[in-house]
Design a protein around this ligand. Structure first.
Ligand code: KG4
Ligand code: ZN
Length: 336
């Protein structure tokens, strides 16, 4: 059978991205126009600004994706697009562009769940990877432990009850003056700090729970900062970053390794922006190896938002017969 060429578009948050893939796992181009500089001055993503930038960028990003893959629209077999979860205005821009392309070319439109996209980044990075495996999805909006039973077949074992792990990184990064986006800055500062300097709480919840909670940790860090300021005591940013990061990483590692053991799975896969965290990778690899579990994660450019991962998910959805109509709408709180 001849190969399938996918054009994918991602615009759920602050990156406008388009990619071309061959047969789901071979990335021919993956163009990402980031808006980070634009949102930095506000300390976080401003939804209205994000939507406007997506509108300005989307056509050019799609054209660049085609050009750098040496393709034209006539080569496209399917169009994949993120339809949730994400910012509604931002999602609608990518969705409208994808619908227009799908309609004018007369090729199928495949709506993709953003979280599923993050998981599929690993199929691109690891050509030999096949389900079943356990996946820890940790991003700015999500913290999920997902059992990947087959392509497109998932079971959620646990998720955050309040803040997502990335959100927890971003909020404290802002509070200690590291700015936005906070995760990578805490990661960098933590390398120079003492992770045992401050004993921040770890919320393991009920004994068998695979759920997460980071709001108590966030409050503890804010209280620590306030009390230091009130007493006019020195605040060592690097120590806060290292101790805070360690508290998040400890819980993520314990629950994911326990989930693998509980389900008898020998492969643990990381996905989402927080999967770029160097301490999470290090501690997880160490802990997993002690339990005979193999850890895999995508390179950093496939961890953060990009259209290639959406294209991979679209390919498997299409193979599974999941094609969308042109009435597909954006679903801001879409669940997996
Ligand atoms: O997956 P992503 O690009 O966007 C969402 O779908 O949310 O994830 C962005 C999140 C942000 O919260 C960012 O601070 C976090 O990933 N992040 C990191 C690191 N790099 C990005 N968190 C911890 N350590 C990092 N090195
Ligand atoms: Zn994401």
């Amino acid at each position: 059978m001849s190969s399938i060429v996918t054009l994918a578009i991602e615009s759920s948050c602050d990156e406008t991205s388009a990619a071309i893939l061959k047969d789901g796992r071979q990335v021919l181009s993956n163009i990402v126009a980031t808006q980070i500089e634009e949102h930095k001055k506000f300390g976080g993503v401003v939804p209205e600004v994000a939507s406007r930038r997506h509108i300005e960028n989307v056509q050019q990003v799609v054209q660049e994706a085609l050009d750098s893959a040496n393709m034209t629209f006539s080569d496209i077999d399917i169009v994949g697009v993120t339809y949730g979860a994400g910012l509604v205005g931002a999602l609608l821009v990518g969705l409208s562009a994808a619908k227009a392309i799908s309609f004018s070319l007369g090729v199928p439109l495949v709506g993709v769940n953003h979280i599923e996209g993050h998981i599929c980044a690993n199929f691109i990075a690891h050509k030999e990877l096949e389900p079943p495996f356990m996946c820890l999805v940790v991003s700015g909006g999500h913290t999920h432990l997902v059992e990947v039973k087959d392509y497109g077949k998932y079971e959620i074992l646990g998720q955050t009850r309040d803040d997502a792990a990335g959100e927890a990184f971003d909020k404290i990064a802002r509070a200690i003056g590291l700015g936005y986006p906070g995760g990578s800055k805490i990661d960098r500062a933590a390398k120079l700090g003492d992770k045992q300097a401050i004993d921040f709480p770890r919320a393991y919840l009920e004994k068998d729970s695979y759920d997460f909670s980071f709001s108590g940790l966030k409050s503890a860090a804010l209280n620590y900062l306030n009390s230091k300021k009130m007493k006019n005591e020195e605040i060592v940013i690097e120590d806060i970053a290292a101790s805070y990061q360690e508290a998040i990483v400890d819980v993520l590692v314990e629950k994911s390794v326990r989930a693998c053991k509980g389900k008898g799975l020998k492969t643990l896969v990381l996905a989402g922006g927080v999967a770029a965290n160097s301490r999470l990778r290090e501690k997880l690899e160490q802990n997993a190896a002690e339990n005979g579990i193999d850890v895999k994660y995508p390179p950093i450019d496939l961890c953060t938002d990009n259209a290639a991962m959406i294209g991979c998910a679209a390919y498997y959805d299409y193979k599974n017969g999941r094609v969308s109509g042109l009435d597909l709408n954006a679903v801001p709180n879409l669940k997996i």
